[in-house]
Ligand binder design. Structure first.
Ligand code: ATP
Length: 442
């Protein structure tokens, strides 16, 4: 049984999560000691674990538990023609205005009147701004050496379509999954990690026969919605929003966003787009290479359509953190719990000695930690009193605490405390691994 939860206001929630992330080693501002670099973030020790677990969960669900998807890991740098073909060179733009007084920059959608929304100053004429980050390859910085840091991982998959079909003997329908960094020179960068300039995406390009695309599209919307719920997001904090025709990106036949109710409002977590045959045809046109598929059963040759579920790792982490955070009242004290899905939790268990000045207790606790280390991410901690140690583990979402006490020396048993129910079980030392493995699956 969970304890009564204390109500939070939405504005407080943002501050609480930002503060918890810094205090407990989840997320730090990049280059903090130099004053920080806007919209770039470093994942601390627990954040790095959470991120790895999230990626592993996504990869497992899509690559290992299905037999119609392969993984890929493409370079961030690609030939600049890629971005001409994809439309990013000509279309990946925001329209911006600057305030002549306070020098702040706004997207045109943020402006309602003719004046600066912050200081009322005069605004410049709108101008186009391409969001791709540029770089030069080789020793000479000229137009010929210009290239971009990829703004999405998808294009690496499209240009490798033939390679995957040929090397893996794939038959349509099949998909290719990729997780990796993307870069966008975002203008608005508020809301913590939600809109970062360097971020990670988890994308699938699922190739289907034209005519079957609409059915696959709705299957993927359901599939992806259910995935977030499976890993712990409350369904009432998620919604599906279909794009209107005028909102659609230049490549899309249809698009649906899975949105999460962040403290700053409903915002996109993942987009599922029907990209039709836009990308494969474009790459074929610009590269001069034939990119199509031959179905040797029906003897048909065609360019497959693509359904693209495209999610952000950083946005998901933010949503999982908000959704998991709760404050409870326990015996008149506030308890902060990060009720993360056990598969995502950075640590699976903490091993705690009740008395750190008793060498025999400490020794047994170390022995249990060493024993578990190979299989589970566990940590030994004796840096505070037991009450405090429990509170620290609750705050970072550790599902189980294993406590070694004086009685353990006599009966060879330890106490295992459950993060959510705070229920304690007394377990034989030899059964700790089995207990944890079993309960972590639930
Ligand atoms: P938005 O409209 O919020 O800018 P988008 O529609 O441009 O997002 P997509 O191009 O569909 O985003 O990218 C797919 C996913 O990648 C998004 O759903 C989001 O989770 C993630 N993503 C995109 N841009 C960013 C960013 N700047 N920071 C963090 N994640 C991002």
């Amino acid at each position: 049984m969970q304890q009564p939860e204390l109500k939070q206001s939405k504005s407080d929630m943002m501050d609480k999560i930002v503060s918890l992330c810094k205090r407990r080693g989840f997320i730090f501002q990049s280059s903090e000691i130099y004053g920080g670099l806007a919209a770039t973030w470093d994942y601390g020790p627990f954040g790095a674990e959470l991120k790895r677990n999230l990626k592993e969960a996504w990869w497992r669900s899509n690559v290992y538990e299905r037999d119609d998807i392969d993984g890929l890991d493409c370079a961030i740098l690609m030939r600049p023609e890629t971005w001409m073909a994809s439309g990013h060179v000509s279309n990946f733009e925001d329209t911006l205005v600057d305030c002549k007084s306070c020098k702040k920059r706004f997207k045109i959608e943020q402006i309602t009147g003719k004046k600066c929304p912050e200081c009322g100053g005069e605004l410049t004429e709108p101008r186009q701004f391409n969001m791709m980050l540029k770089t030069h390859l080789g020793p000479i910085e000229d137009a010929a050496s210009l290239t971009y840091l990829r703004p999405e991982t998808a294009q690496g998959i499209f240009v490798n379509f033939k390679n995957v079909v040929d090397s893996m003997r794939r038959k349509v329908p099949f998909g290719v999954a990729q997780i990796g960094k993307s870069f966008r020179n975002e203008v608005t960068t508020k809301s913590f990690t939600f809109r970062s300039r360097e971020f990670e995406q988890m994308e699938i390009e699922f190739f289907v026969k034209p005519g079957t695309d609409e059915e696959w599209y709705s299957r993927w919307v359901d599939e992806r919605f259910n995935w977030y719920v499976k890993f712990g997001l409350k369904a009432e904090n998620l919604r599906i929003r279909q794009h209107e025709k005028k909102e659609l990106a230049h490549y899309a036949k249809a698009c649906t966003d899975i949105e999460y109710q962040f403290p700053f409002g409903w915002s996109e977590l993942e987009g599922i787009a029907n990209r039709a045959d836009f990308d494969l045809r474009q790459h074929s046109r610009l590269s001069g290479k034939e990119i199509d598929y031959f179905d040797d059963i029906t003897n048909e040759r065609y360019v497959p359509y693509v359904i693209e579920p495209s999610g952000g790792i950083d946005r998901s982490i933010l949503a999982f953190l908000f959704d998991a955070y709760r404050e409870e009242k326990v015996k008149d004290e506030k308890r902060v719990v990060l009720g993360l899905h056990k598969g995502l939790a950075p640590l699976k268990a903490a091993v705690l000695p009740l008395l750190r000045n008793r060498p025999d207790i400490v020794e047994l606790a170390h022995k249990i930690t060493d024993d578990l280390k190979g299989d589970l991410k566990v940590r030994y901690d004796d840096t505070a009193s037991i009450g405090r140690l429990y509170r620290r583990q609750d705050e970072v979402g550790t599902p189980y605490c294993v406590t070694v006490d004086v009685d353990s020396l006599a009966d060879n048993k330890v106490t295992i405390r459950d993060r959510d129910t705070m229920k304690q079980d007394r377990i034989d030392v030899s059964r700790v691994r089995e207990y944890l493995t079993e309960n972590l699956k639930r």
